[in-house]
Design a protein around this ligand. Structure first.
Ligand code: MLT
Length: 203
């Protein structure tokens, strides 16, 4: 997968996996990652699917209607890519925290839904429920931050609560941060993600 890797200054800090929104690139969330954990190594990845020229991490049939076969295939592809990248760049595959926005948050949630211990934590900005009626792997005490907008037309508050319950039901320790905004990722949401990261991962 097309990607960028930046070696961090703090070897013990988790590696941050960056997953952009529709139409984004592997570099979109670098500034956010450097705010959240300045010492971490960064792996920014570009989605392999194109929708009218816009990169995405999996196909959709319509706004909010996912192609579930493609979602499964692309989730496996990303999980395999993480194994390969860990070998190539010499980072600990067991120390990856995802930061995803929108479509990127959805594939991060799909990683958690499909592969046990694929991540040791996740910051999901404006995620949806990626897939339903799946037996989720154990996520005992796995820290997850969800950033949501109470006026988000793409990820409704009901869907945010549904995702919180699904992840919590699998044992994850979910923190939901609400903004009185829509789908955009605001500075105050980024600062809340940073505070959450420091609480959970600072050594
Ligand atoms: C998706 O397709 O993953 C969601 O609708 C979010 C987005 O617009 O990318």
């Amino acid at each position: 997968m097309k990607h960028v890797f930046m070696q961090g200054s703090h070897a013990a800090a988790p590696v941050l996996l960056l997953l952009h929104g529709t139409g984004g690139s592997e570099r979109d969330l670098i500034g956010l990652a450097q705010l959240v954990s300045p010492g971490s190594s960064i792996l920014g990845v570009r989605g392999n699917v194109l929708e009218n020229g816009m990169p995405r991490f999996f196909r959709r049939l319509a706004e909010g209607v996912f192609d579930l076969e493609d979602l499964k295939l692309r989730t496996a592809e990303l999980n395999d890519f993480l194994d390969t990248a860990a070998e190539q760049y010499g980072f600990d595959r067991g120390r990856v925290v995802a930061i995803g926005y929108s479509n990127g948050a959805n594939i991060a949630a799909s990683l958690l839904f499909h592969y046990e211990a694929s991540l040791i934590g996740a910051i999901l900005h404006h995620p949806m429920v990626p897939i339903r009626d799946l037996q989720l792997p154990a996520m005992t005490n796995l820290p997850i931050f969800i950033g949501a907008g109470d006026n988000d037309p793409i990820c409704s508050p009901q869907e945010t609560s549904e995702l919180e319950q699904l992840l919590g039901g699998a044992g994850a320790a979910v923190t939901v941060h609400w903004e009185q905004r829509g789908h955009q990722l605001t500075q105050s949401e980024a600062m809340a993600a940073k505070a959450w990261f420091e609480l959970n991962f600072a050594d």
